[in-house]
Structures are given as structure tokens and as C-alpha cells.
Design a protein around this ligand. Structure first.
Ligand SMILES: [Zn+2]
Length: 429
């Protein structure tokens, strides 16, 4: 087999395209391949698909392709231009690359696979591309994915705040709870931003939302009430956030008590902060005995902790009426505890109770969102290369958006054989 035939087979090139020259430069570690189209072919106009003969050829262009063994491989070609009676002179696209790309489809998709596994800088090291090139592939992949994404609102939404960078800047992550994907990353956690998200959908589509898990954050609730029909029945305050309210109160009680004890030279609560923040079953084995000892000491912190732990049983009920009865008893206990932070938290929960009991109808939590959050956290840690917020958002959608990211050759390039080449390009790299 000749080298030209060998590369024709590797690239999946068929008539009217053929490889005319292959040059190996072992010292430079590269293979250059020249591809030409046969004369006499009638190509389709990329705009309308009508057949037209070749007008001329573009200047030579170069595409980076997958390596041949360890050698960087480049395709050179001059693309035919047709003169369409309606659209004028138009350049035919190459069957191995998307229009405007400097990479072949196979290379671009390989780079996407690599970007899924490591950060942008890592991908540049593995592929010999520049930061800008790798980033553009990522950005283009997300745009491609978004344009292919079906415009629909998920039946079960999760809305969660996420801090961005330092300085307490927030953004809102909207998730599809069933698919476990990020649907949108909004600029802040204001009511108008979330309303902006809802406003892309018709009344009928919004009507189709079944349930929305969210933080007890008033602007989220207000935005949802303003836009989503039947919102009151659909909003479920996420149980983990509800518990967190009380856990934070436990921590306040502990801090205050610890201070008072320390003033008396008593170090009982020293080094126990995290134990009180945990659920009972998460206390590490080696600290269980110590924890049981402190719990017996009739401390305010222990009492606050017991109140928090007992609230967790609320979500174990099957019927909302029973759960509500349980809450009433819990509320009585909490508000008679003489622990100010606990009383305050209990009152907050009571005022939000109608959207806490909706849990028993929909049984959704933001746990999926929390899982995505840890993924987003990883993205953030890899984010030394993210030069701005827009980049950060692109990376989240790239990794968590569940988008169809891969490049495909879509344009009418004039030969019925293109489909063969396209399917080659689709093949998993
Ligand atoms: Zn045309």
C-alpha cells in the first residue's frame, strides 16, 4: 500500500477527495498530508445545495489532525469554491473539519475528550495546542451543545446558590433534578435573574413544571411565585438547607457556651466544633466515646444538638399530616428550649412550613444539585486558567451541562460520499 492510499484509508477519504502527497519530517516529528479534489466534480452550494461547477480554489489551508504514532499530523488542502447563480461565489467545506476550524473533526473531538478529563492547561500539554486553542474548542463545544439542546424546561428543577470567587459573590445554578445536569448558571442570586431564566419559557411550558427544590432564599421563592403557575404547591424547600438552618443555630449555641466555659477555665467544648455539626451516624468511631461523654454533661450545646437531630425524623414520615403533627411537637420543644438561636431557627422554619411539607408530595431534594456542586467545586479548583466569570460558566456547562459537545460535519459539501466521511468523523475516537 502506498503512503497516499494509506492516509486516504485512515482519513476515510473517498472520491472526489484523494491524498496526493505525504511528507514525513522525522526530525521535526511531523507528517504533512496534501489532499486534493478531482476536477470535473459538481459541488453543492453550501447555502442552497444546488449543484454548481468549481469556480476556483481557496488558498492552501492547514488542519491539525490526530497524531500518526508520535508524529503531529497536518492536512493541507485548497478548498473548491463554487459560483451559485443565487448566492455567488461560495467556499465548499472540507469533509474532515467544521467550517472555520483549524482542527479536523477527529482531533477536535479527541481534544474534547481530553478536556473532559483534565483542566485546560493539562489538555494543552497533552495535545501540544495553545491555551487559547484548547479553550476555543471548549467554548465552541458548549455553543454547539447549547444550539443542539432541545428548548424545554425540566419537570423537576433544583435551584441552588453558589459562591463565585472570593468576596461573597454568588451565582445561581439551575439544575434538572432528573437528569442531574446544569441547565443554567445565572449571574447572581437575585429575583430578577431567576425570573429571567423562567421568562424564556411559555406559560404552558412553565405550567409543566412539577416541582422545584430550592434554598430558603426569599428572592428564589418570589421569582418562582411571580412566574410559575401553581408555584406554592411546587416549591419544596430543600431538606438539607432546612437542617442547615438549625445546625447553624447549634453552632451559635456552642460558640457562646464555649466562651462562657473558657472564662471559667473549663475546656470541655474545645476541639468539638465539627462533632456538633455532624449527623449522629457520621461521628467517627474513634470519637464516639468522647462525644457520648460530653453529651451526658447537660450542656446547652448538647440540648441544641438533640433538638437538631430530632428534626431530621420529620422527613421520615409518609403522610404530610403526621409530619406536620410531628413538627408541631418539635416546634414546641425548640421554642421552649431557652436557646435563642434555636428558637429563632424554629420560627424561621415555621414561617416556611408550607413549602417544607410539600416534600411529602414531591419527595425531591437538592441532593443532585449538591453532587453537581462538588463537581463545580472541582472545576473551580482547576480554574486557575479561568480568566473571567464567563469562562467559569462555560466550564460548568461543558462538564455538567449534559450537552452534545462533539463536532460533526454538517454542511452540504457537494458529494454524496460526504455521509461516509461524516460517519467516520462521528466514530468515537
Ligand atoms: Zn446557492
Amino acid at each position: 500500500m502506498r503512503d497516499t492510499e494509506f492516509y486516504e484509508a485512515l482519513l476515510g477519504l473517498k472520491d472526489p477527495w484523494s491524498v496526493t502527497k505525504v511528507k514525513l519530517d522525522a526530525a521535526a516529528g511531523r507528517v504533512d498530508i496534501w489532499v486534493e479534489d478531482h476536477s470535473g466534480v459538481r459541488w453543492s452550494c453550501p447555502e442552497c445545495g444546488k449543484k454548481a461547477s468549481v469556480y476556483d480554489h481557496s488558498d492552501e489551508r492547514v488542519w491539525r489532525h490526530l497524531n500518526t504514532c508520535q508524529f503531529g499530523t497536518y492536512i493541507h488542502a485548497r478548498l473548491p469554491r463554487v459560483r451559485c447563480p443565487e448566492h455567488g461565489v461560495k467556499q465548499v467545506s472540507a469533509p474532515w473539519a467544521e467550517p472555520g476550524s483549524r482542527f479536523t473533526v477527529l482531533f477536535e473531538n479527541r481534544l474534547i475528550d481530553i478536556l473532559k478529563e483534565c483542566d485546560v492547561t493539562g489538555a494543552t500539554h497533552l495535545t501540544g495546542t495553545s491555551w487559547y486553542e484548547a479553550w476555543s474548542v471548549m467554548e465552541k463545544a458548549v455553543q454547539r451543545g447549547l444550539s443542539r439542546k432541545e428548548k424545554r424546561i425540566p419537570a423537576c428543577l433544583g435551584i441552588d446558590e453558589k459562591s463565585f470567587a472570593k468576596r461573597h459573590r454568588y451565582e445561581t445554578v439551575v439544575c434538572d433534578l432528573r437528569k442531574g445536569t446544569v441547565e443554567a448558571v445565572l449571574d447572581n442570586r437575585r429575583q430578577d435573574s431567576l425570573e429571567g431564566y423562567y421568562s424564556q419559557f411559555s406559560q404552558e411550558e412553565l405550567h409543566g413544571i412539577q416541582a422545584i427544590a430550592m434554598d430558603m432564599w426569599d428572592p428564589y421563592r418570589a421569582a418562582t411565585k411571580a412566574r410559575v403557575p401553581g408555584a406554592e404547591e411546587k416549591i419544596v424547600f430543600d431538606r438539607f438547607h432546612v437542617i442547615r438552618q438549625v445546625t447553624e443555630a447549634v453552632d451559635q449555641v456552642r460558640r457562646h457556651e464555649h466562651k462562657l466555659l473558657m472564662a471559667q477555665g473549663e475546656e470541655l467544648l474545645k476541639g468539638t466544633k465539627h462533632l456538633w455539626l455532624m449527623n449522629k451516624e457520621h461521628i467517627p468511631e474513634w470519637r464516639k466515646e468522647e462525644f457520648e461523654e460530653i453529651r451526658k454533661m447537660k450542656l446547652k450545646t448538647a440540648r441544641a444538638w438533640a433538638i437538631k437531630e430530632s428534626l431530621r425524623r420529620f422527613w421520615e414520615y409518609r403522610y404530610p399530616k403526621n409530619a406536620e403533627k410531628y413538627f408541631k411537637r418539635w416546634y414546641f420543644w425548640a421554642t421552649h428550649s431557652r436557646l435563642k438561636p434555636i428558637i429563632k431557627a424554629a420560627k424561621t422554619l415555621k414561617s416556611h412550613l408550607s413549602n417544607i411539607v410539600t416534600y411529602f408530595k414531591h419527595r425531591i431534594t437538592n441532593a443532585v444539585t449538591e453532587g453537581l456542586n462538588s463537581k463545580i467545586q472541582t472545576i473551580k479548583q482547576m480554574a486557575c486558567g479561568f480568566r473571567n466569570r464567563e469562562h467559569y460558566r462555560t466550564a460548568i456547562l461543558f462538564h455538567c451541562g449534559g450537552l452534545d459537545l462533539y463536532a460533526r460535519v454538517l454542511s452540504i459539501t457537494g458529494s454524496s460520499l460526504d455521509t461516509t466521511i461524516c460517519s467516520m468523523a462521528h466514530a468515537k475516537v
